[in-house]
Design a binder for this molecule. Structure first.
Ligand SMILES: Nc1nc2c(ncn2[C@@H]2O[C@H](COP(=O)(O)OP(=O)(O)O)[C@@H](O)[C@H]2O)c(=O)[nH]1
Ligand SMILES: [Mg+2]
Length: 251
């Protein structure tokens, strides 16, 4: 145990093996929606912007085909999560194995989560897959901070995206889940492309610090949208822990 200090609040929190207050976020979504890719890209972004904040690299347990067999995991120091004057926190971000038969692995991966990122498919043909993911989260982890991201927005028409988003919101609320903010449509593909374009542009020097780190204000919007989803959940998860610990009488 250690104490987490945020502003004037200080509460005891559990720590991970390295002694830091730790929070666990889980990315869940249908197979092939981009869960592993999004963690890889967030790790790359962190390396480019602020390498010391990447506490440990992406570890994936996957088949030779690239299918996740158990989980992916990456750990960040939570500097970017606006814990003003707060103590350092580690965010362990896990992604599930999405294939339907890996349900046992998903149960284990989701255990002890503090927040959920639902990464869902924008395609009308995948409505049933999206629903099954929502069913699982509402069964295993009903009352956690949750943000819905709809990935691959590059691959559908605006109309299809709107219809899918509506359907997802209705089904999630039927199941008692609510997203912190409205679902955010993202494209990990475009975010990666925009980041690469920035790094290879002749003007990139304006965006680099003396230590050759990418300035935060230069982060492409497409990438920032993705980071925002994770930031919202992390922030709510931390607030929840603070509220919970202080209402339990431990100040
Ligand atoms: N078009 C498109 N493809 C994507 C996007 N994000 C990921 N992918 C692709 O989707 C496939 C499955 O991604 P993966 O991360 O393995 O999915 P997972 O099963 O959810 O972990 C890969 O070929 C990715 O390159 C995206 O935003 N747009
Ligand atoms: Mg995967």
């Amino acid at each position: 145990m250690t104490r987490l200090v945020v502003g004037s609040m200080s509460v005891p929190v559990s720590t991970d093996h390295s002694g830091y207050p730790a929070f666990k976020l889980v990315v869940h979504g249908p197979a092939g929606v981009g869960k592993t890719t999004v963690l890889r890209v967030l790790g790359a972004l962190k390396k480019i912007e602020d390498p010391p904040k990447l506490a440990s690299e992406l570890a994936s347990i996957e088949a030779p085909s690239g299918e996740t067999l158990f989980f992916d995991k990456i750990t960040f120091h939570a500097g970017e999560f606006d814990l003003e004057k707060g103590s350092g926190v580690r965010l362990h971000v896990w992604a599930t194995a999405g294939a339907k038969h890996h349900i046992q692995q998903r149960k284990i991966t989701m255990e002890g989560a503090d927040g959920i990122i639902l990464l869902l498919s924008p395609f009308q043909k995948d409505l049933q897959d999206n629903r099954e993911v929502i069913d699982e989260v509402s069964a295993f982890l009903p009352k956690l901070p949750l943000q819905i991201l709809i990935n691959k927005a590059d691959s559908v028409s605006r109309q299809e995206l709107l219809e899918t988003t509506d359907e997802i919101m209705n089904y999630a609320s039927e199941k008692g889940l609510s997203s912190i903010e409205e679902p955010i449509a993202v494209s990990v593909l475009h975010a990666t492309r925009d980041l690469l374009a920035l790094l290879s542009s002749p003007n990139v020097y304006q965006c680099l610090t003396i230590e050759k780190r990418l300035k935060r204000e230069c982060r492409p919007e497409s990438m920032d949208l993705i980071a925002k989803g994770f930031r919202l959940v992390a922030y709510q998860a931390i607030l929840n822990r603070l509220r919970h610990s202080s209402s339990a009488g431990s100040k």
